[in-house]
Design a protein around this ligand. Structure first.
Ligand code: GRF
Length: 196
């Protein structure tokens, strides 16, 4: 990835555990020295998102943009883009950002926009992935890091992790097992993009 400063902006909606894993990995793996890359901002569509407070404590710029205050999806995305673009990001990382993005947003960040989805794509796009995997009798489940295109949960697969589905699993126990792997593959996939 060309350029000297590779600013990373992360978008979250909730606990932000993937965001925290990425920030911690960026420090441990010395992304700043090796790639000129660092997480410069964390933005949430929910003011109360747990992850925002944590990011602030790490000295990262944080911002909440409440989507319910905007009249349309387009208006929210335009404000979000303005906020993101202040940081001139090389990568925009969706980490549990629970909003469907407009085609204009996706186009604007084409090639720079990545997401993690809690299933083995192309299986189980959309929501309730863990319950659906259990209901289908899947023996394995997992997570996928992928580039974002205008088609929901499609786009080039950058990394995947597989975990077993065990007897007695609930959506919650399976989600927790998958999440531990998300924390490994997301930083790893980003590091590969930064190194390319
Ligand atoms: C993760 O399972 C992610 O794959 C999904 O939402 C969850 C977010 O968790 N899109 P966190 O906010 O990173 O803890």
């Amino acid at each position: 990835m060309a350029g000297v400063n590779k600013n990373i902006v992360i978008l979250i909606s909730g606990s932000g555990s993937n965001m925290a894993a990425i920030v911690e990995s960026s420090v441990k793996q010395r992304w700043q020295d090796r790639f000129g890359a660092r997480v410069v901002a964390v933005i949430s569509n929910k003011a109360g998102a747990q992850g925002l407070a944590w990011a602030g404590e790490q000295g990262i710029a944080t911002r909440a943009l409440d989507h319910t205050r905007f009249g349309s999806r387009e208006a929210f995305d335009a404000a979000l883009m303005a906020e993101i673009d202040r940081h001139e990001p090389a990568l925009v990382v969706l980490a549990g950002f629970m909003r469907i993005l407009t085609p204009g947003f996706v186009q604007h960040y084409e090639g720079r926009l990545v997401n993690i989805h809690p299933s083995l794509l192309p299986a189980f796009t959309g929501l309730r992935t863990h319950q659906r995997a259990i209901d289908m009798g899947c023996r394995v489940a997992g997570a996928t890091v992928h580039r974002v295109t205008s088609e929901l949960d499609h786009g080039e697969i950058l990394d995947q992790a597989v975990v077993p589905v065990v007897p007695g699993d609930t959506a919650e126990t399976l989600a927790a097992r998958v999440l531990t792997q998300e924390h490994l593959i997301y930083p790893r996939a980003l590091e590969r993009l930064l190194a390319a």
